[in-house]
Design a protein around this ligand. Structure first.
Ligand code: MD6
Ligand code: FE
Length: 214
């Protein structure tokens, strides 16, 4: 079939609530290039399972890039400009990540978003991410842009209070979520990944979250 979209971002916008929107398929045309860039980051900063302050090994494997990256260990959650596994700075953020984040945020109404950190999450079948808030960034007025690649996942999206009702939002390959404004501190998580196979990632889901941490 002819390429009806050319180089334009694909898909449609699906509002979740004020401040949060799913841009369906927004990253689809760039998915392979994004995964190639992830592989280059991982070659310098391999995926690892961090430990929560409570001593639990996280089932999600993480790495990242940019001026700093979110980490967790027995001392707490924070952004650090050094990879604790290597003692070296995190790999530079690929220009492709920055461009995608800026375009997606602009489309969602957050013009001028410039991320300085990207956390990269890797899910295998059974991997989950428990309900949490993203609150370690300095300016909580700035949104987060999240890119889903590979196997689909069920995203849980709640509210400001931990026990607010949860909605389930399916996130598939190429979907981008932008959230900020009144939704910036809403609780969210990922249900255990279902087994499957994706042409570009195999038996994995990869998620990029682009933030302005400092
Ligand atoms: C994930 N995402 O989709 C996990 N956090 O694998 C997040 O925890 C997240 O997607 C803040 C903003 C957007 C996100
Ligand atoms: Fe999060």
């Amino acid at each position: 079939m002819a390429d009806l979209f050319g180089d334009q971002p694909q898909g449609w916008d699906e509002p979740i609530c004020p401040g949060a929107v799913v841009l369906r398929g927004f990253a689809l045309a760039r998915a392979q290039a994004l995964l190639d860039a992830v592989a280059a980051v991982v070659a310098q900063a391999p995926f690892r399972h961090m430990v929560t302050p409570g001593g639990q090994r996280m089932s999600v494997a993480m790495t990242g890039c940019g001026d700093c990256c979110w980490i967790s260990d027995r001392r707490g959650y924070r952004y650090d400009d050094v990879d604790p596994d290597s003692g070296r700075p995190w790999p530079a953020m690929p220009a492709l990540f920055r461009a995608l984040a800026e375009e997606a945020a602009g489309r969602a109404g957050f013009a001028g978003f410039v991320p300085d950190a990207c956390l990269i999450n890797r899910y295998e079948p059974g991997t989950r991410l428990s309900l949490h808030q993203d609150r370690d960034e300095r300016d909580l007025g700035v949104p987060i842009v999240s890119v889903s690649l590979g196997l689909p996942a069920q995203f849980q999206f709640g509210g400001l209070a931990r026990n607010d009702p949860l909605r389930r939002i399916p996130l598939g390959h190429g979907d981008v979520v932008v959230w900020g404004g009144p939704a910036r501190l809403f609780h969210h998580g990922v249900l255990p990944l279902k087994a499957g196979r994706h042409a570009l990632t195999g038996e994995l889901r990869i998620n990029l979250t682009l933030r302005k941490a400092r």
